[in-house]
Design a protein around this ligand. Structure first.
Ligand SMILES: [Zn+2]
Length: 63
């Protein structure tokens, strides 16, 4: 069983720290599932990504 490649169509939010460059993942469900996008537009999305930029916990404490 080879599970190294995950066709992960689930969404996640990237929390990007603009101070130290750390990127944290935050799993979430987007309002529009890729299945709906495909049904409506024919576009077959394989990945979705949302990025929030700001300061991580550590940088917040320092800053
Ligand atoms: Zn940081």
């Amino acid at each position: 069983m080879d599970n190294r490649y995950e066709a992960d169509t689930r969404s996640h939010l990237n929390l990007v720290c603009s101070a130290c460059g750390k990127i944290e993942d935050f799993a979430l469900n987007l309002p529009v599932p890729v299945e709906i996008v495909h049904q409506e537009t024919g576009f077959r999305a394989v990945e979705s990504r949302v990025e929030y930029y700001g300061l991580c916990r550590e940088c917040n404490i320092k800053g």
